[in-house]
Design a protein around this ligand. Structure first.
Ligand SMILES: [Zn+2]
Length: 70
């Protein structure tokens, strides 16, 4: 559940078709309520694409920092 602890709801983009059992859509739909712990969290297609894009961006940024530091 570490990915939940690191979540910053204000950075999560809304999608055109929110899925309630996607933990990211949940935060968009219910910003004040924690995702129900008894639920198995899934990630909808839109948010998995968003996550992948974020990871790619972070990796790119790290590479750029390494080039600057070298
Ligand atoms: Zn979602």
């Amino acid at each position: 559940m570490s990915h939940l602890a690191a979540m910053q709801p204000e950075l999560i983009p809304a999608t055109s078709a929110p899925v309630e059992d996607c933990c990211y859509c949940w935060y968009v739909l219910h910003p004040c309520m924690p995702f129900p712990e008894s639920w198995t969290s899934t990630i909808c297609t839109d948010h998995s694409a968003w996550l992948l894009a974020q990871l790619a961006r972070r990796r790119e940024q790290r590479l750029r920092e390494q080039v600057i530091a070298a």
